[in-house]
Design a protein around this ligand. Sequence first.
Ligand code: ADP
Ligand code: MG
Length: 387
Amino acid sequence: MTGPAAEAAAVRREFQRIHGRAPEGGWAAPGRVNLIGEHTDYNDGFALPMALPQTTVLAAGRRDDGLLRLHSAQGDGRVTELAVADLAPGRVSGWARYPAGVVWALRERGLPVGGADVHLDSTVPAGAGLSSSAALECALAVAYDELYALRLPRPELARVAQHAENAFAGVPCGVMDQMASVCCAEGRALYLDSRSLEVRQVPFDLTGHGLRLLVLDTRVAHDLADGAYAALRAGCERAAGLLGLAALRDLSEADLAGALAGLPRDLAPLVRHVVTENARVGRAVERLTAGEPEALGPLLTAGHASLRDDYRVSCPEADLAVESAVAAGALGARMTGGGFGGSVIALVPAAAAGSVARAVTAAFAAVGFAPPAVLEAVPSAGARRIG
Ligand code: ADP
Ligand code: MG
């Protein structure tokens, strides 16, 4: 037996071994790549992520003594035991702050949730910019939603998970990763309006168009909890304030040149990135809706240049991956995720997938970078019950 059923059975078996009882259910939530629309979510803007086949799977069962007992196959082998009533930001460290943060965030909303035994296992590489943190939060959020009969709408679950990551785990991320993990659908990209949390499922048929989407993990660890991400976010908020806007989402491409002229030199490039990036998302959605996924290529590469030169969140490894992929026949490529390392996506004709991956690996070797890990991004389903 292979596939989802085997995966569900395996996580339930392991739960039984760790916790000495049967779980009440199993759930899965995916990692994501963002096709276009980077650093736009916290500016109330637009993004176009898709879920990966790589997921975090989780088995859980309620406890009536108010304890949250967490175990991860990727953890240190121990069960982390926390009293739900005592959860507060700053009191939990390490990986457990992501799932514990979700339970805390649900209680912050006044929802009647108690303890649980939890075991989880993941195929989403951690720290690769593929949002293993959101996959973990969202797997726990959908499990709790069902176990405690909360019946929250999916965007609400994403908000809870984001609140957990912001306030409890200390990472000032936007809402895109969590929305992708809970709302994506197989064979689709998710057109997300980060202000209203409205979404549209956009057809993204790679195989039907002879295309593949490669993920090149540069293996450069990023750490969004450090100050750089927060500083960028603060810079955008300051610029919006100077322009008299609620958020940079409210500045159109037509008004960009005028706005830039009046901004301090350190803020103007940030604003240019956000405004042009929102416009690229719009164009990408138009092309996909017209059934022309190959037209994404130049938008990806233009997005990378903007992240590299204006937003300045790329790194030499990501730049080299993009350049060498495009030189070897990719239709376009860009860093995905928050930056400072992480992964690059490359849209390639199916026949060129192997040669592009080899070219990037060779380019890395030539300058002494560690070899990238290569995955394939297949548009997959969002968070779900698995057994
Ligand atoms: P990304 O979300 O891009 O993978 P982050 O730094 O945001 O990177 O999140 C990675 C962190 O999330 C890990 O360092 C770990 O603390 C936590 N994490 C993610 N998946 C797991 C897992 N399966 N088990 C334990 N911790 C996990
Ligand atoms: Mg993350």
